[in-house]
Design a binder for this molecule. Structure first.
Ligand SMILES: Nc1ncnc2c1ncn2[C@@H]1O[C@H](COP(=O)(O)OP(=O)(O)OP(=O)(O)O)[C@@H](O)[C@H]1O
Length: 208
C-alpha cells in the first residue's frame, strides 16, 4: 500500500499510481511480475544512452527493487492517444506538429540504438509545460540493437497502433515517417526496411 497514492492505471503487468514524493507529484509503477528488469546491465545501458542523447523521458527518482516499485517524474499533460480524440487533436495543424515531434524523438532514439519494443500512442506523452513536446515512456520492453530490422519493426508496431486505434490518421503517420527520415542517421534505410516488414505483415494476415 503506497501512502496517499491515487491509482491511475491498473494493467495486466503493473499498477500505475500518482502520489506525493519529496514535495512533488510522482508516478509510481508497481510490477506484479518478478523484480524490475531495470537494474540489469541491459537496462542500465539503455537508460544511460537515453539520458546522454537528451531524449525526453521521465526522470527516474528511485527504484525500490524489494517492492518492485519505480518512482519517476510525473509528466503533466496527456498521451497522444488522449490528445487525438480532443477537438484540437483532430485538426490538421495540431496533428502535423505532434507528428513532427514524434518522428524526431523516434529518430533520436534509434540513432543511439535503443529500440522501444512497445510503441503505442499511450506510450507517447505530451508535456503541457513545453507546449506539447513529446516524452517517451514505458521502456519495459526496450533493448539495445543496431539492426535496421529491429528499428523498422519498432516503427511498424507504432503504425499498427495508429491504424487500429485512430481512424483517419494515415496522413499523420506519413508525417511522422517524414520527420523520422530527416532526423535519423540510417533512417532512410530503416524506412526502406519498413516496407518489407509491412509486406510480411500483410502476407501473415492473409494466411490467417
Ligand atoms: N511519468 C508519467 N507521467 C504521467 N503519466 C504517466 C507516466 N507514466 C505513466 N503514465 C500514465 O500511465 C499510463 C500507463 O503507463 P505505462 O504505459 O507505463 O504502464 P503499463 O501498465 O506498462 O501500460 P501498457 O499497457 O501501455 O504497457 C500511461 O499511458 C500514462 O497515461
Amino acid at each position: 500500500m503506497i501512502h496517499n497514492a491515487q491509482l491511475i492505471k491498473q494493467g495486466a503487468e503493473a499498477k500505475v499510481y500518482l502520489a506525493p514524493f519529496c514535495q512533488r507529484q510522482a508516478i509510481i509503477k508497481e510490477r506484479f511480475t518478478k523484480a524490475y528488469r531495470h537494474p540489469t546491465l541491459d537496462k542500465k545501458l539503455t537508460s544511460r544512452r537515453v539520458v546522454q542523447a537528451r531524449i525526453d523521458t521521465p526522470t527516474v527518482y528511485m527504484v525500490d527493487t524489494e517492492n518492485y516499485l519505480i518512482y519517476m517524474e510525473y509528466i503533466e499533460g496527456c498521451s497522444v492517444r488522449e490528445f487525438l480524440v480532443t477537438p484540437e487533436g483532430q485538426t490538421e495543424t495540431a496533428q502535423t506538429k505532434v507528428a513532427q515531434e514524434i518522428g524526431r524523438a523516434l529518430g533520436l532514439m534509434h540513432n543511439i540504438d535503443v529500440v522501444h519494443g512497445d510503441l503505442t500512442t499511450s506510450n507517447l506523452l505530451m508535456r503541457k509545460e513545453t507546449d506539447g513536446s513529446v516524452v517517451l515512456i514505458d521502456f519495459g520492453l526496450s533493448y539495445v540493437s543496431q539492426l535496421v530490422e529491429d528499428k523498422a519493426v519498432d516503427l511498424y508496431v507504432l503504425e499498427r497502433a495508429f491504424s487500429s486505434t485512430h481512424p483517419n490518421t494515415e496522413v499523420m503517420f506519413e508525417q511522422i515517417l517524414k520527420a523520422y527520415g530527416e532526423s535519423g542517421k540510417a533512417s532512410k534505410l530503416i524506412l526502406k526496411k519498413l516496407e518489407d516488414v509491412r509486406m510480411r505483415g500483410r502476407k501473415r494476415s492473409m494466411l490467417g
